[in-house]
Design a protein around this ligand. Structure first.
Ligand SMILES: *[C@@H]1O[C@H](CO)[C@@H](O)[C@H](O)[C@H]1NC(C)=O
Ligand SMILES: *[C@@H]1O[C@H](CO)[C@@H](O)[C@H](O)[C@H]1NC(C)=O
Ligand SMILES: *[C@@H]1O[C@H](CO)[C@@H](O)[C@H](O)[C@H]1NC(C)=O
Ligand SMILES: *[C@@H]1O[C@H](CO)[C@@H](O)[C@H](O)[C@H]1NC(C)=O
Ligand SMILES: *[C@@H]1O[C@H](CO)[C@@H](O)[C@H](O)[C@H]1NC(C)=O
Ligand SMILES: *[C@@H]1O[C@H](CO)[C@@H](O)[C@H](O)[C@H]1NC(C)=O
Ligand SMILES: *[C@@H]1O[C@H](CO)[C@@H](O)[C@H](O)[C@H]1NC(C)=O
Ligand SMILES: *[C@@H]1O[C@H](CO)[C@@H](O)[C@H](O)[C@H]1NC(C)=O
Ligand SMILES: *[C@@H]1O[C@H](CO)[C@@H](O)[C@H](O)[C@H]1NC(C)=O
Ligand SMILES: *[C@@H]1O[C@H](CO)[C@@H](O)[C@H](O)[C@H]1NC(C)=O
Ligand SMILES: CC(=O)N[C@H]1CO[C@H](CO)[C@@H](O)[C@@H]1O
Length: 495
């Protein structure tokens, strides 16, 4: 039984003078209502009159409606888009200059003493949004708007994806992968969380005038294990995208609520790893990535959006693929052959292999990948020093909703593979480059670097991209690398 916590009516509903929708107007029910069925259920369970239970009759905001049944149509888009390209105006420059730290950034003395008068007892001076102004839960800049819009695109696909997994597979298929009935219910519950997240983000974008509706999607998986591999990759870049921009948002209020939703998404990502039977969290820190990386990773799985959809300002980079992506369904991933993935795109799941080579339902410790809280693999999925074979596209491909976005790159010739993992950005040289009829190939070697002693940085789902530079970046300035990206990112399944 669910107890619905009351939110003060209209708390999140704020007016917003945002971008004018470029298509037909989008609307959804925002009227708060009292859920009397739920209130009576609560009262019945407690054996107490409704009027005695605080909050039971407070009005609640409805969820933003979507194609929530999971029977929404899927498949590729075959039509001609009515518009093309990212939202843009007239950029001031092509690159962000490298500057020293801001003049105040090195001034504070961290010595355990208080340096400024406290505003009230027990409250040290400083902090953002601590001066008593009423919080305003809405985006405050184009950067904020476009970041949260991207987040909403992400929440919508996750909502549809989790339902699709439930609809596509039978109880027998889930059982064969090691899931119980309670595990299956957890997928349903995670889908419900997504409906809540989509509603929150729609509110932060100012309601229908700023929000975007759910789209139609196209998924590459055919089996339960492939579906979980895909889901752990989709949730990986959804989570990492927020870690990449959350600290840069102008609105601290938006950053606050976003953190509280992404904490839940982070749990979902780990649960999908557990359902896939891989080690739940083989890293000490989660990676943050720029928004254009997320849009590049996400767009290939959106086939079309309604004409009320808001268009995105972020870049779609040319596609990159790892031809020997370590196969997480193998007992021995070292035996991964060429292109053992299913379907297309940067999150293409590992392909199931014949039963005599598969780790699914293979009841041998160290070699089993049935759903579990933790599976410790005797043979790791990858290792430093591994040869990695790459293939990438030239710019100019039509991708994303209605094939209405176009891949671009402003970089020179590719020279390096950038690896973004945990708190680290490192490079390996790209070699054996060949260009044949629009398809480019090359290879590199998986680096061995550590975040801190005892924590090899490259593990879990690592983001890789081809660059024309080996300039240093760190988590807070990584988006400045975008003008130097030739292709990618791709999700390399290093562990
Ligand atoms: C995308 O396709 C949908 C469905 O056919 C259509 O309603 C929408 O207007 C199209 N949008 C663009 C930008 O082409
Ligand atoms: C795993 O595969 C590699 C490459 O084929 C092989 O050398 C190794 O012996 C295998 N390990 C086990 C435990 O089967
Ligand atoms: C890998 O194989 C799939 C078919 O299973 C194909 O659709 C895809 O294009 C191939 N990917 C690459 C990078 O060759
Ligand atoms: C698994 O069976 C296939 C035939 O179905 C065979 O080609 C392959 O060599 C077998 N693999 C192993 C590791 O025995
Ligand atoms: C796995 O094997 C162990 C003993 O090796 C056994 O106790 C257990 O029941 C088996 N589990 C399944 C799911 O077959
Ligand atoms: C788990 O894996 C690690 C690293 O591969 C290994 O050192 C350790 O012995 C394994 N532990 C168990 C209980 O299998
Ligand atoms: C990733 O972490 C797992 C779990 O600790 C470990 O067994 C594996 O060897 C690591 N893989 C790499 C590539 O370091
Ligand atoms: C080159 O690519 C085009 C389109 O992808 C294809 O039609 C053509 O057959 C290819 N030519 C060769 C020599 O592979
Ligand atoms: C990895 O990141 C940590 C934390 O920023 C840093 O201290 C360390 O030097 C980095 N390691 C490498 C090899 O770049
Ligand atoms: C990014 O930050 C690192 C320090 O964290 C600095 O060394 C590097 O020069 C910066 N890169 C750019 C392009 O500004
Ligand atoms: C990338 C790579 O080394 N792939 C090889 C892995 O092992 C299989 C044999 O099991 C070879 O066919 C692949 O070429």
């Amino acid at each position: 039984m669910l107890f619905k916590a009351g939110i003060v009516a209209g708390f999140f509903l704020v007016s917003y003078a945002g971008p004018i929708p470029n298509g037909a107007s989008y609307s959804y029910n925002q009227a708060v209502t009292v859920d009397s069925a739920s209130a009576s259920e609560v009262a019945h369970y407690a054996g107490t009159p409704i009027s005695d239970i605080p909050g039971a009759t407070d009005p609640v905001q409805p969820l933003v409606s979507s194609q929530i049944t999971g029977t929404a149509s899927h498949g590729p888009y075959e039509g001609i888009p009515t518009t093309t390209g990212a939202v843009s105006n007239s950029p001031i420059a092509t690159d962000i200059s490298i500057l020293p730290p801001s003049s105040t950034a090195l001034a504070y003395t961290a010595d355990g003493l208080l340096h400024e008068e406290q505003p009230i007892p027990y409250q040290p001076a400083g902090g953002l949004g601590t001066s008593g102004n009423e919080p305003v839960y809405r985006v405050q800049s184009d950067f904020d708007y476009e970041s949260i819009l991207l987040g909403l695109y992400q929440e919508w696909i996750e909502l549809d994806l989790f339902h699709d997994i439930l609809v596509k597979f039978s109880e027998e298929e889930f059982t064969a992968a090691g899931l119980t009935a309670s595990d299956i219910y957890l997928i349903q519950f995670m889908a419900d969380q997504e409906a809540g997240h989509a509603t929150l983000l729609s509110n932060l974008l100012g309601g229908p005038g700023g929000a975007t509706p759910q789209c139609t999607y196209n998924y590459p998986y055919t089996t339960v294990h492939e579906a979980f591999d895909f889901a752990q990759k989709i949730t990986r870049f959804g989570e990492s995208g927020v870690w990449g921009f959350q600290a840069h948002l102008d609105s601290r209020e938006v950053a606050q609520l976003l953190s509280q939703s992404i904490a839940t998404e982070a749990r979902q990502q780990m649960i999908f790893r557990q359902f896939e039977g891989i080690f739940p969290m083989p890293v000490w820190f989660e990676t943050g990535i720029p928004q254009s990386w997320v849009w590049t990773l996400l767009a290939p799985y959106i086939s079309s959006c309604p004409d009320t959809a808001k268009r995105v300002a972020w870049q779609n980079f040319p596609g990159l693929a790892v031809l020997n992506q370590p196969n997480s369904s193998r007992r021995n991933a070292t035996q991964t052959g060429a292109n053992e993935t299913v379907g297309w795109g940067p999150a293409a799941p590992s392909k199931d292999v014949p039963a005599n080579e598969s780790c699914i339902a293979y009841n041998v410790t160290g070699f089993d990948c049935s759903a579990s809280i933790s599976q410790n693999r005797s043979i790791p999925l990858s290792y430093p020093g591994r040869q990695v074979f790459l293939q990438w596209e030239n710019p100019g491909q039509h991708v994303g909703p209605n094939n209405s976005y176009v891949t671009t790159s402003s970089a020179g010739a590719p020279q390096f593979v950038l690896w973004a993992s945990q708190l680290n950005i490192t490079y390996s040289p790209l070699s054996n480059i060949e260009r044949k009829n629009g398809t480019n190939t090359g290879q590199t070697i998986q680096p061995a670097i550590s975040t801190y002693e005892g924590d090899p940085a490259i593990n879990g789902t690592t983001f890789i991209a081809l660059t024309d530079t080996d300039q240093i970046y760190s988590p807070f300035n990584l988006s400045a690398v975008n003008p130097h990206i030739v292709a990618g990112p791709y999700l390399y399944q290093s562990g």
